[in-house]
Design a protein around this ligand. Structure first.
Ligand SMILES: N[C@@H](CCC(=O)N[C@@H](CS)C(=O)NCC(=O)O)C(=O)O
Length: 271
C-alpha cells in the first residue's frame, strides 16, 4: 500500500514539472496520494439453520459467495421453529431463513423460503444468478422446479419410506415413483449441458442437498448417468462440500422415529 502511494506521488511530480512553464521557478508541490482506507468488513448474515436439504441450499450459497455468516441453530425437533422470535422472521415456521444486516438501502432485511433467499443472495452478489433476462429465466425455471417438485416429493418419499410408523404401500410407491420420474427429468436435462441452466447456478445449489439423499428416496443413481455425473461434479466443489456438511449442534443426535420428535414435526395444525 505504502509503495503504491509513493510511486503515485513521484509520477505526479514528474508530470507537474513537465507541464509547468519555465518562467515559474517554484515547482508545483505534488498532490498527496489519498490515504487508502481499508474497505469495511461486511457484517455477517444470520443464518437460521438446521442440517437438512433445505438448510444446505443456503449454507452452500453463502460458502460459494464467501459471505461471512453466523449460524443460528433452530432445533426443529424440539419446536424452536414455533418461537415467536423465529416466526417474526419465518412466519411459515420452517428453516432456512436469513437476516442480512446490510440489506437494501443499507438496512437489515429478513427473508424466508429458500428459493427467495437464493435469488436475493444471487442478486446481492451478482453470483450464480445471471442478470440477463434469458439466462435468468433458465435458472428460475429449474429453481421453481426444485421448490415445487423435487423438494416436496423427495420430502414425502423420506416421510413415508423412513419416518412414518405405519408403512403405507400406496404412499411409498406414489412418492418413490414421483422421485424416479423427477430424476429422469433431471437426467434428460443434463444430457447436453453441464449444469441445469447451462452454467453453474442457484438452481443446481437448490437441488444438490435433495439428490444427495437419493438412497432414502429409493433411487439408484446408476439408472441416471447424466445426473450421476452432475452429482459427482457438484460434490467435488469445495463450497458444496462445506455447505452440505455444516452441522447444526445436536442435529445428528435427533432420532426422527422418537415419538416426542414426531409429535413436534408430524402433527402440526394451524395455531
Ligand atoms: N419451502 C420451504 C420448505 C422449508 C422446510 O420444509 N424446512 C423444513 C426443514 S427441511 C423445516 O423447517 N421443518 C420444520 C417443521 O416441519 O416444523 C423452503 O424451501 O424454505
Amino acid at each position: 500500500m505504502a509503495r503504491a502511494s509513493k510511486s503515485k506521488a513521484k509520477s505526479n511530480l514528474k508530470s507537474s514539472s513537465k507541464s509547468t512553464s519555465r518562467k515559474t521557478s517554484k515547482a508545483v508541490a505534488p498532490k498527496r496520494a489519498p490515504k487508502s482506507v481499508p474497505a469495511p468488513r461486511p457484517k455477517p448474515i444470520d443464518l437460521y439453520y438446521w442440517s437438512t436439504p433445505n438448510g444446505f441450499k443456503i449454507s452452500i450459497m453463502l460458502e460459494e459467495c464467501r459471505l461471512p455468516y453466523r449460524v443460528i441453530p433452530v432445533n426443529i425437533s424440539k419446536g424452536d421453529q414455533f418461537k415467536p422470535e423465529f416466526l417474526a422472521i419465518s412466519p411459515n415456521n420452517r428453516i432456512p431463513a436469513i437476516v442480512d444486516p446490510d440489506g437494501p438501502g443499507g438496512k437489515p432485511i429478513s427473508i424466508f423460503e429458500s428459493g427467495a433467499i437464493l435469488q436475493y443472495l444471487g442478486r446481492k452478489t451478482g453470483k450464480f444468478y445471471p442478470a440477463s433476462e434469458r439466462a435468468r429465466v433458465e435458472v428460475d425455471q429449474w429453481l421453481m422446479w426444485q421448490m415445487g417438485g423435487l423438494g416436496p416429493m423427495a420430502g414425502q418419499a423420506h416421510h413415508f419410506r423412513i419416518y412414518a410408523k405405519e408403512k403405507i404401500p400406496y404412499a411409498i410407491d406414489r412418492y418413490t415413483n414421483e422421485c424416479n420420474r423427477l430424476y429422469g427429468v433431471m437426467d434428460r436435462r443434463l444430457a447436453d449441458r453441464e449444469f441445469l441452466a447451462g452454467k453453474y447456478s442457484i438452481a443446481d445449489i437448490a437441488c444438490i442437498g435433495w439428490v444427495s439423499r437419493w438412497e432414502r428416496q429409493g433411487q439408484d443413481l446408476k439408472q441416471f448417468p447424466n445426473l450421476k455425473r452432475w452429482f459427482e461434479t457438484m460434490l467435488a466443489r469445495p463450497a458444496v462440500d462445506r455447505g452440505i456438511h455444516l452441522k447444526a449442534e445436536d442435529a445428528e443426535k435427533v432420532d426422527m422415529k422418537d415419538g416426542a420428535v414426531q409429535g413436534v414435526l408430524f402433527n402440526q395444525r394451524a395455531r
